[in-house]
Design a protein around this ligand. Structure first.
Ligand SMILES: Cc1cc2nc3c(=O)[nH]c(=O)nc-3n(C[C@H](O)[C@H](O)[C@H](O)COP(=O)(O)O)c2cc1C
Length: 294
């Protein structure tokens, strides 16, 4: 998307674009004789967020885009029902670890990605790239490879010399917790028993990757992953963020290469998708957040 200029026939000089543009690229050029707004971007600072297009009441922003513009219908959001509904969705969304074997339809995948594209990102970077895995064989092979990497990690980090001389701080503390080896052993054991302890036999796995463009790449990823999982939930699909796969894909180039992640790219997230088996009857108790007023 590229902003070209303002259509002065349509512009009513309301100055909403001037007030809204985060890069301050609209200028009120008011003189005694004329009242016009100009779009000035000599350093290509436009982050293509589309706020000017969105805010202009008379559709006076001229831009280039292959994407369709969607007009927000008046009174389309009923705020009386929105919050209770959204709250319930957020409270009842559980991580799904049991799936029906039915595939996720192409139209459901499309709906989810159509919502995900509206996720915010730092400076509107939108560096995200996705892989969609729906081939059960490929999902199973990837799961097995992740389990193999977990097996190797278990051997390495519990080795006396490595644990005591090469691992420090919180990580060493975590490794020393009995639950650490127990959880890895459970994964390894489940895999040996023919189960899929990584993706839980989900019919669809979504993997997010991008170049590592700095500290905010992780935040951008967390947001779009959440958009995707909540969109899925509202379509009646279950999902679960799979940190085990994400970590293995981050660490092992052979693994990320196996699924076609280009060199120089980092895997930032992975979630499963499918029709959930569990029917939850209660919202589990969750402790209040640690909040301090200053
Ligand atoms: C970053 C991240 C990584 C996660 N990785 C895994 C995982 O590898 N396997 C798994 O079963 N659950 C994973 N989860 C799900 C959490 O265990 C789950 O969110 C948490 O236990 C709370 O349960 P709930 O989501 O059902 O409320 C992950 C969640 C997040 C946010």
């Amino acid at each position: 998307m590229k902003i070209i200029e303002i259509d002065h026939e349509k512009c009513i000089n309301c100055l909403e674009c001037v007030a809204e543009c985060p890069s301050h690229l609209f200028i009120d050029e008011k003189t005694d004789s004329e009242d016009t707004v100009a779009y000035v971007d000599p350093y290509s600072s436009c982050i293509q967020c589309g706020h000017c297009i969105s805010i202009c009441p008379t559709d006076a922003i001229i831009y280039q885009s292959v994407e369709k513009l969607i007009k927000i219908p008046k009174k389309s959001i009923d705020f009386n029902t929105l919050f209770p509904q959204l709250k319930l969705l957020l409270q009842t969304k559980r991580s799904t670890r049991r799936y029906l074997p039915e595939p996720v339809s192409e139209s459901e995948i499309k709906e989810i990605f159509d919502v995900m594209k509206y996720a915010p990102s730092a400076s509107n970077a939108r560096a995200w790239k996705f892989l969609i895995l729906t081939d059960p064989k490929k999902i199973k092979t990837l799961s097995q490879k992740v389990v193999n990497s977990i097996s190797l990690t278990r051997k390495l980090v519990t080795n006396f010399l490595i644990k005591n001389f090469f691992i420090y701080g919180q990580l060493r503390k975590t490794i020393n917790e009995p639950s650490f080896t127990v959880s890895l052993d459970r994964i390894i054991g489940d895999s040996l028993a023919g189960k899929d302890p990584i993706f839980f036999d989900a019919p669809c796995v979504i993997i997010l990757y991008s170049p590592n463009y700095g500290n905010l790449a992780g935040c951008d990823s967390g947001i779009i992953m959440t958009y995707g999982m909540l969109a899925a939930e509202s379509l009646g699909l279950g999902s679960c963020w799979i940190g085990f796969a994400q970590e293995s894909l981050q660490r092992l180039r052979s693994l990320s290469k196996f699924i076609g992640i280009p060199r120089g790219h980092m895997v930032w997230g992975c979630f499963t998708l499918g029709k959930p088996i569990p029917i939850f009857h209660r919202i589990p108790p969750k402790p209040d957040l640690s909040v301090k007023r200053i």
